[in-house]
Design a protein around this ligand. Structure first.
Ligand code: LCS
Length: 422
């Protein structure tokens, strides 16, 4: 069943009917292989002359339901599920790139995506240009004869810069390049890149799609030919497949995607506004704030600012460390899109695959803190942050005081020595 409404599709789209027992919840086909009636049937399935499942790495009914649901949610023909977001990214890119090809991306990306592009792909002889994608002329200028695709995340992990999907996809189309968008930070509830001209959409399903912090998974959604190509090459032969059990958890998570994302956004908006007014906060990066560069895209490209905020505190980085360590409810952890509010330090955690210089060039400062706002009552999240800021300030003051005392003690020692001499 398919509807015009995403809320209905998260529940019903792609759903298999269990004709044998009528189970409401999708059965988990926890099997590595599928039995053929006879040799001919096995051969026919391998030849593609008969529909049906063959072997777990080539397809599974529970995973297929998730793929069909995600294709509907992203407005794609089809989808392919993977064992992680990085599995989806590497398989999608490698299905479309060969030695000597060139791709364009932005310098700020999720740390492992950056490592894949900047290190492994270069080693494989794939050329990469990192450009400031806010500058559309720079994107156009970066196109070479061997360019095959443009890859972007928007909003960018971790600093929430927003790029214009429609304009970038139009530039790509003019030169017959693919546009691949990582939609992890938004989910299809807030942003549907295919409707804006993208060819393939990728998710780390570990995040909002699953939403409960208990799965690592990925999905690529796109045209039928594209997905078929990925499935028959890099998914089949490199093998980063999803587990049926994880597919089931994501199917369950998707039923509440729209409700969860809505609340993540409401909470994040309030937390961002609180941080923006706080005297100890130097800068807040959240597309839902009118002062943010991404605000211009709210309403046209994305429905709201999402559930992730980055910010910088006043003072030195020790203060940020004291702040994070003082939190009592929000937990220090990477990932995002979970019920729990997660806080982390990109330079030493998610973006540690960058060298210091690469990070600086990508505009990811060492003092940046990222908070993935959860589903707790927003008053409790803000109270925890407020308490931790004030505890951190007191600790910093007492550190300064003891430093001053130490310096004082040194002076006293000096005086003492002097007096002894006298
Ligand atoms: N794309 C984006 C935008 C991501 O944020 C991540 C992971 C991935 C792809 C890779 O997905 P995975 O293989 O982990 O499922 N981002 C993480 C983060 O910000 N904290 O921990 C992981």
């Amino acid at each position: 069943m398919q509807s015009e409404n995403l809320e209905t599709n998260t529940i019903h789209a792609g759903k298999m009917r269990d004709s044998q027992h009528g189970a409401l919840s999708t059965p988990i086909y926890q099997t590595s292989t599928f039995v053929f009636d006879n040799v001919q049937q096995g051969a026919n399935r391998f030849l593609g002359e008969e529909e049906g499942f063959i072997y777990g790495r080539l397809g599974n009914p529970t995973i297929r339901e998730l793929e069909q649901k995600m294709a509907v949610l992203e407005g794609a023909d089809d989808a392919a599920a993977f064992g992680s977001g990085m599995g989806a990214i590497s398989a999608t890119l490698l299905a479309n790139l060969n030695k000597g090809d060139h791709l364009i991306s932005s310098a700020a990306l999720y740390g492992c995506t950056f490592a894949l592009l900047n290190h492994k792909f270069r080693d494989l002889g794939i050329e990469v240009s990192f450009v400031d994608m806010e500058d559309l002329a720079a994107v156009k200028d970066a196109i070479q004869e061997n360019t095959k695709l443009i890859y972007l995340e928007t909003p960018v992990n971790p600093n929430l810069v927003v790029f214009d999907i429609k304009a970038i996809a139009a530039i790509a189309e003019e030169s017959q390049l693919l546009t691949i968008v990582d939609n992890t930070f938004m989910s299809p509830v807030l942003q549907q890149p295919i409707a804006l001209g993208a060819d393939i959409v990728i998710h780390s399903a570990t995040k909002f799609l699953n939403g409960h912090g208990d799965v690592v998974a990925g999905i690529a959604c796109g045209g039928a030919d594209q997905i078929q190509n990925i499935k028959l090459t890099t998914l089949k032969d490199m093998g980063a497949v999803m587990s049926p059990n994880d597919a089931w958890l994501i199917i369950r998570g998707l039923k509440t995607l729209h409700l969860r994302v809505e609340r993540h956004c409401q909470n994040a908006q309030s937390v961002a506004e609180f941080l923006d007014k706080h005297s100890e906060i130097k800068e807040v990066y959240y597309p839902g704030l009118t002062s943010h560069q991404g605000y211009q895209f709210i309403g046209s490209q994305m429905k709201s600012g999402g559930g992730v905020i980055a910010f910088e505190l006043e003072g030195d980085f020790d203060f940020a460390v004291e702040f994070m360590n003082a939190l009592q409810m929000c937990v220090i952890a990477v990932s995002l899109g979970d019920a729990e509010t997660l806080i982390q330090h990109p330079a030493s955690m998610t973006h540690s695959p960058y060298t210091d210089e690469e990070r600086r060039e990508a505009g990811i400062t060492d003092t940046l803190v990222r908070i993935a706002v959860g589903l707790e009552h927003v008053d409790d999240i803000i109270a925890d942050i407020e308490m931790a800021l004030s505890t951190a300030k007191t600790r910093m003051q007492s550190k300064d005081q003891s430093k001053a005392n130490d310096e004082g003690a040194l002076d006293l020692d000096g005086l003492c020595t002097y007096s002894e001499k006298v």
